[in-house]
Design a protein around this ligand. Structure first.
Ligand code: GLA
Length: 391
């Protein structure tokens, strides 16, 4: 085998594959993500501004003559299989459901993937709100399509297939953000995604004096999926009620802050607060992308702080552990902005901080977090990384 490979994980999946199947696989990877701003806007046809992190899921793959897909996860020391010509497995949050889901969606959509042998490993922390599941879907989907002879993979379709897999085979009614950025990200760029048109703009994000600090609470609340689906339903209800005054709106994306001011009496609580979050978060996201383009990090930081407050008080998807981390770093020397990131109810925060202040900010966050929650948060530094690719 030829080496060196660019990551120890790539080497691991390749070696494990070789031992098991005695052939040389093709190697694919897809990154996790962190969202700078634009939270719970994607399923409202709105705007998001995520980037890929420099942690990925790797898949080693070869095609098979039949339609069976064999999976082996090195992280979980687990195996699974399914047959694309056989009945689908039940909806589940099992790791293999994400792979089976995207394989079956791609099949239904006409791509007819071949059977395949897949060996999988990841260095994305699981359950940290960094989209390890989207990375798994995208890496596996890209691998299955590529070894089936589809060399020009439509990345937006791939992201849509990943989203559909979560809806139908996992049971989370997620938006498109995580899969889209994992499939499309570019090094040193954040991605401003228009979740209605599915167009995106690459926004340069090369930080020279600043770092992106992710702090993981280590918390994953059981109610995350049901509360997520409930928020989504509340947004749909808000849209329906506002249509009485604004008959042309299709989603909360179409409601301006001014519209809302005029018509918010149509909305009972908590729908009013949910809608208020989404409408203003869309504005903040567009503003933040402009500020980032102009190199105005202070403005980006201010908008991040507003976003966190709104997610905490109006959208109610934060939790005490996330609030502790944001509170601990806010106002510390060198901190530009901090907020919860991702779906919420646990997971991580994202903080932009001057490089020379990283150590002291991690120390502060750890101190307050340990005092209140009797454990340490996990710190992770990242840069804006590349999207899915074959090695
Ligand atoms: C999860 C979902 C995304 C998005 C975020 C909240 O990560 O998978 O589609 O809705 O929550 O912004």
């Amino acid at each position: 085998m030829t080496s060196p490979l660019p990551s120890p994980l790539a080497e691991q999946v390749e070696t494990a594959f070789w031992h098991r199947y005695g052939e040389r696989p093709r190697l694919f990877c897809a990154p996790g993500r962190v969202n700078l701003i634009g939270e719970h806007t994607d399923y409202n046809d709105g705007f998001v501004l995520p980037m890929a992190i420099d942690r990925s899921t790797w898949v080693a793959a070869t095609p098979r003559a039949d339609r069976r897909v064999e999976l082996h996860s090195l992280n979980l020391h687990a195996r699974a299989h399914f047959d694309l010509d056989g009945p689908a497995g039940k909806q589940s949050h099992q790791w293999s459901a994400y792979v089976e889901g995207i394989a079956r969606v791609l099949d239904k959509w006409g791509a007819r993937p071949k059977g395949a042998n897949l060996v999988i490993a990841t260095d994305i922390p699981l359950g940290a709100g960094l989209s390890s599941s989207a990375a798994l879907e995208i890496a596996a989907g890209l691998a299955l399509l590529s070894v089936s002879g589809h060399e020009e993979v439509d990345r937006v379709q791939l992201a849509r297939a990943g989203q559909k897999a979560e809806h139908d085979y996992v049971g989370t009614k997620c938006g498109i953000m995580d899969q889209y950025v994992s499939a499309m990200a570019r090094v040193d760029h954040a991605l401003l995604i228009d979740c209605r048109s599915l167009d995106a703009k690459q926004i340069p994000m090369k930080l020279t004096d600043h770092a992106l600090l992710i702090l993981d609470t280590g918390v994953k609340h059981e109610l995350a999926t049901s509360a997520y689906n409930q928020r989504r339903a509340e947004c749909e209800e808000g849209t329906r009620l506002l249509r009485r005054a604004l008959p042309n709106i299709r989603a909360l994306r179409d409601v301006t802050p001014k519209d809302l001011e005029q018509h918010e009496h149509l909305l009972p609580d908590p729908i009013r607060r949910r809608v208020r979050h989404v409408v203003h978060e869309n504005e903040r996201t567009l503003r933040a992308s402009r500020a980032l383009k102009e190199g105005n990090l202070t403005e980006v930081g201010r908008l991040m702080a507003e976003s966190h407050q709104s997610l905490r008080d109006d959208y109610e998807v934060s939790c005490p552990e996330l609030d502790t981390l944001v509170e601990a770093v806010t106002g510390q020397p060198g901190v530009i902005g901090s907020r919860m990131t991702g779906g919420g109810f646990g997971g991580s925060t994202i903080t932009i901080v001057r490089k020379d202040a990283v150590e002291s900010v991690i120390a502060k966050a750890t101190e307050l977090f340990a005092q209140r929650h009797q454990r340490d948060p996990r710190a992770l530094l990242t840069t804006a990384a590349a999207g899915a690719r074959e090695l």
